[in-house]
Structures are given as structure tokens and as C-alpha cells.
Design a protein around this ligand. Structure first.
Ligand code: DAH
Length: 344
């Protein structure tokens, strides 16, 4: 019996030694120390032994069990350590590898242009306002002196949503909205940047959606010379001190008199070249003195108050400033185009 136990121990320790995984080890544990294992069997058969043999065999069996348990535990620890080391090795990070470049986003060229325009006008005391892109026929047209059958409505082909609602065709309705809010008894000095929509076919110079910045100054005794002064200041700050402006007579239903403003051509300084189509001048915006009917509809007494208004297109202005040749570049968002104008 003693020999059998010794042999069991040797055999079990060999198996422990050979175990390669924790699962192997568990199998060894069950087969030698489990309820149906040989050691348990020996201990169970103790009753059949003589009283002299019993303590000797019992002690030996316990020793053998302890030896196997110890070997199992040590091996388990070794296997676990090895597994952990293996894992750590596979997860090591090589901190000397160069990192992947992170792409940094930036504001869109149009956003930058509008911000620049805003800053210039804020510097001249204008506040910045917003208005809805889904506008009523009243504010988009009627309040601006364009009654329902007015032929000038055709100048701005519109996206109607219902008979009375449309996508605004310009930012001018914000003039009427702001004056309405100021209730006819306070000066108004505001600009309003925003998106506008027209039923145009997209090409290099047209887009069904584009941006405008509206300007309005209403007070007692506002004159055409104020308009010219403000626009001159704007043009010189935005395009450069050397640029000249000129106002040409024009027509808008909401201003009387109406003007269009040109700036001298950057390339030929007024001499005439291909950029300015030999005229020496480039048109950049429309404006004029607010029509008395528009003032009156908004609640301002045209005998007491007068004002000027203007509207410009930031895309056109950006195209002129940076020599962009197609308006669609602003909307297709090709990063190769956008990156050129963004200094991170
Ligand atoms: N609303 C005009 C347009 O979309 C631009 C404009 C012209 C605005 C003259 C004005 C203005 O305020 O006085 O073409």
C-alpha cells in the first residue's frame, strides 16, 4: 500500500509537471484528488486495514495529498504568471513610434468672411441681428414695398412653401422686423447676416442658396452721405486703403434713391483690365435711402426719421477678395479648397 501511494505521488507530480495550461492542471487535480480519485479511495478503504497499519498509511496518504496539492498550487501560480507576462508582452506600447497626425478642423471661409464683416460693422456701432429663413410673404415682400403683383418680385424667383410662406429671398425682411420691434421711436443700426434662397439654376455665379448681409441705419437726419461714408469705410478696411468706391444710380423697390456700389479694380486700379471687364470697377453691393413707405409700414414717421439700407453677398465678396472663380466651391466643401484659406 505504501509503495502504491509513493508511486501515485510520483505519477501525479509528473502529470503536474507536464500540464501546459490551467485546464490541464485542473484535470490533474480532479483525477488525483477528486472524490473518485485514488487518494480518496485509499482513505476510504482505511477501515479495512489493521490497527497498526492505519496510522502509518493515513499519515502517508495525507502527506501524498499535501505534496500533490502543493505541486498543483505552485504550478498554477507559474502558469498564471506566464500567462500574465505573455499578455503584457503582447500589449506593450512602443512609445518611440511617431503618432498618427490628427486632422484639425477649422471655420469655413464663408464663416470667416461673415465674421470679418460683422467685426467691421460692430466697430461702426451696428448691432448684429438674426431673422427666420422661413419667412412670411408680408415681411419678405409687402413690408418692403413689393405688393403681391409687383413686377419686381420676378427679380427674386422664390421657393414658396404655402401661399403666404416662403424661404426668404434676401435678408431685407429683417429690416422690417427690426423696425417693427423698435416700435417707430428708436434709432435702428443693425446688420443681419444669413442664408437666403432663390429658384436659380446653380452655375459658377449662381446658387439656389447663398449668403447675404443686410445693413440698416434709421435715425433722425440720416443722409446719403452717411451711407457713402459707412460703405467707404467698410470697403477700405475690408479690401485695402488704396481701393476707391463709387455709387451708381440703380433701382430697388425698398429704397429711393437706390444705388449700386462699385470698388476700384484691385488688378488695374481703375485703368481697365480683364478682371473688371475693362471698366476699372467691380460691383459689390446694392443700397439706398429707405423708401418712405417702408419706414411708414414699419411704424416710423418718414417726416421725422430717415435711413439708409444696403445688402451684400459674402460669397461674391470672398470671390473678389481671394480670386475664387466658382461659387459652388463654397458649398461642395472640398477640404483642399477650404484648407487654402484657413491658417490653423
Ligand atoms: N435685397 C437686395 C437683394 O437681395 C439687396 C439690397 C439692395 C438690400 C438694396 C438692401 C438695399 O437693403 O437697400 O438683391
Amino acid at each position: 500500500m505504501q509503495e502504491k501511494l509513493q508511486a501515485l505521488q510520483t505519477e501525479a507530480l509528473e502529470h503536474v509537471e507536464q500540464a501546459k495550461t490551467l485546464a490541464d492542471l485542473q484535470n490533474v487535480r480532479v483525477s488525483y484528488l477528486g472524490k473518485k480519485g485514488p487518494i480518496t479511495e485509499v482513505l476510504r478503504g482505511m477501515g479495512k486495514l489493521s490497527p497498526e497499519e492505519r496510522p502509518v498509511i493515513g499519515e502517508l496518504a495525507n502527506k501524498v495529498r499535501e505534496a500533490i496539492t502543493e505541486a498543483l498550487d505552485t504550478k498554477k501560480q507559474n502558469l498564471e504568471e506566464a500567462a500574465l507576462n505573455e499578455q503584457l508582452k503582447s500589449e506593450t506600447i512602443d512609445v518611440t513610434l511617431p503618432g498618427r497626425p490628427v486632422q484639425v478642423g477649422g471655420s469655413h471661409l464663408l464663416t470667416d468672411i461673415v465674421t470679418e464683416i460683422e467685426d467691421l460693422f460692430i466697430g461702426m456701432g451696428f448691432e448684429v441681428r438674426e431673422g427666420p429663413e422661413v419667412e412670411t410673404d408680408y415681411y419678405n415682400f409687402e413690408a418692403l414695398n413689393l405688393p403681391k403683383d409687383h413686377p419686381a418680385r420676378d427679380m427674386q424667383d422664390s421657393f414658396y412653401i404655402t401661399e403666404e410662406l416662403l424661404l426668404r429671398t434676401h435678408t431685407s425682411p429683417v429690416q422690417a422686423r427690426t423696425m417693427g420691434e423698435y416700435k417707430g421711436n428708436k434709432p435702428v443700426k443693425m446688420i443681419c447676416p444669413g442664408k437666403v434662397y432663390r429658384r436659380d439654376t446653380d452655375d459658377a455665379t449662381h446658387s439656389h442658396q447663398f449668403t447675404q448681409v443686410e445693413g440698416l441705419y434709421v435715425d433722425k437726419d440720416v443722409r446719403m452721405s452717411d451711407l457713402k461714408g459707412v460703405l467707404n469705410q467698410f470697403a477700405k478696411q475690408f479690401f485695402g486703403e488704396e481701393r476707391e468706391i463709387r455709387l451708381r444710380p440703380s433701382f430697388f423697390p425698398f429704397t429711393e434713391p437706390s444705388v449700386e456700389m462699385d470698388i476700384s479694380c484691385k488688378v488695374c486700379h481703375g485703368e481697365g483690365c480683364s478682371v473688371c471687364k475693362k471698366t476699372g470697377w467691380i460691383e459689390i453691393l446694392g443700397g439706398g435711402m429707405v423708401h418712405p413707405d417702408v419706414l411708414e409700414m414699419a411704424g416710423y414717421d418718414p417726416e421725422v426719421y430717415s435711413g439708409f439700407a444696403f445688402g451684400m453677398g459674402p460669397e461674391r465678396i470672398a470671390m473678389l477678395k481671394y480670386g475664387v472663380d466658382d461659387i459652388r466651391h463654397f458649398y461642395t466643401n472640398d477640404v483642399r479648397f477650404l484648407k487654402q484659406y484657413h491658417q490653423v
